[in-house]
Design a binder for this molecule. Structure first.
Ligand SMILES: NC(=O)c1ccc[n+]([C@@H]2O[C@H](COP(=O)([O-])OP(=O)(O)OC[C@H]3O[C@@H](n4cnc5c(N)ncnc54)[C@H](O)[C@@H]3O)[C@@H](O)[C@H]2O)c1
Length: 360
């Protein structure tokens, strides 16, 4: 099969990872990387023997496809012309800043028969994939995603930066429309929200409580899902899964705890996570999720397949994320019509600390 001639656009943190991995995938021929910031790409190009360009127009005629890893602010402007030219695009998440922009990209991809894949890479996380197999009709989901402050993706708030990963995962599991969104958030460094907590209610009654922070001293990436099949907890960082398939009596809710004898209560206490709620814990084999995502991109182009994360799926995640962000901005922290305590900027922004002057 003919190699896919690829450009990586944006050689920041993620673009470098994409370019390095794509170079190792035989389905791709990496034609070059594009970044208007020469400094951002030069050392990288030298180290990896890649050609660097200021603008995609310099290599557009020599590529079949591109990975767009620019700040989200530029996703629409960089991706739309590529799709118009009939190129296939893997654009990083979130697909765009607005749903109108996302609709434009989806339309262009359809018209030009281009693959439009979006980088919601957690769908390729081996731990999520293993956990998803153990879930049957989710009823209640808890998710947490917290990092320290990295100074990256600050063109958007934490909702579009981090929480959108979990929104996408939850939508892929629940498969029912979101009917209610409640959220509160805080700005720590600004200008956008840095900490957000949301409660999403779905038409089928499922509820998802998600927390995201990019100003946290305790990094975490985890999700707990209570479904008809039992409980599954997944830690995305350690790739460990905890699962419980409860016995029939617990599942049907007929355990009469008040009527248990002292002996019966003792048995439950001593065997709670062995016989009554048998807990299994295992580690999933490591796997590079971005590499799997890139391989799927090549496969979709070469064999005409539909990607796991389509433009439409990413648009749905974006739409819910924007509702969360709006709810954060509408939250009132005190009663009364005159209060100015609305939205995430409750705390004063951290001002740069002036360096102490040296004594002359
Ligand atoms: N999938 C994930 O887990 C994940 C993780 C981090 C970031 N991201 C996404 O990846 C994208 C990039 O994030 P990052 O952390 O690598 O950002 P970054 O700031 O490190 O890098 C962005 C690069 O894009 C370049 N750039 C800006 N405008 C450009 C243009 N018009 N053409 C070409 N290059 C341009 C900048 O010079 C910079 O080098 C964002 O959309 C972000 O949300 C996804």
């Amino acid at each position: 099969m003919r190699q896919v001639r690829l450009a990586v656009i944006g050689t920041g943190h993620l673009g470098k990872i994409h370019a390095k991995l794509a170079k190792g995938i035989s389905a791709f021929k990496v034609v070059g990387v594009v970044d208007p910031n020469r400094q951002a790409r030069e050392a990288f190009c030298q180290e990896h023997r890649l050609k660097g360009y200021d603008d995609v127009s310099e290599i557009a005629s020599r590529i079949d496809a591109a990975v767009v890893a620019t700040p989200t602010l530029f996703h629409k402007d960089v991706t739309a012309p590529l799709l118009e030219m009939g190129k296939h695009v893997l654009v990083e998440k979130p697909i765009t800043l607005t749903t109108d922009e996302a609709d434009l990209l989806i339309d262009l991809a359809e018209k030009n028969r281009s693959v439009l894949q979006v980088g919601h890479v957690e769908r390729f996380n081996p731990a999520f994939r293993a956990a998803a197999q153990k879930i049957d009709t989710p009823r209640f989901i808890k998710g947490e995603r917290s990092t320290g402050y990295t100074f990256r993706s600050i063109d958007v708030g934490v909702t579009l930066d981090l929480m959108i990963h979990d929104i996408d995962l939850v939508l892929s599991l629940v498969r029912s429309p979101v009917v209610d969104v409640q959220a509160t958030g805080l700005t720590v460094f600004g200008p956008h929200e840095d900490i957000v907590e949301t409660r999403l209610t779905f038409a089928n009654g499922c509820v998802a409580n998600l927390t995201a922070s990019r100003a946290s001293f305790a990094p975490a990436r985890s999700m707990q899902i209570f479904s008809d099949a039992g409980f599954v907890g997944v830690d995305f960082t350690t790739r460990t899964i905890k699962s419980i398939v409860s016995d029939d009596i617990v599942k049907q809710g007929v355990a009469e705890v008040h009527q248990l004898s002292a002996e019966g209560k003792n048995y439950v206490r001593e065997n709670l996570f062995s016989a009554v709620l048998p807990l299994q814990e295992f580690e999933v084999a490591p796997g590079n999720a971005i590499e799997a995502e890139l391989k799927e991109f090549a496969d979709c182009i070469q064999r005409g397949l539909v990607p796991t994360v389509t433009g439409q799926a990413a648009r749905e995640a974006l739409s819910v994320a924007l509702q969360v962000r709006d709810a954060v901005h509408q939250h009132r922290w005190a009663a009364g019509a005159n209060t100015t305590l609305v939205g995430p900027s409750l705390l004063p922004e951290v001002k740069p600390v002036a360096k102490p002057r040296r004594a002359a």
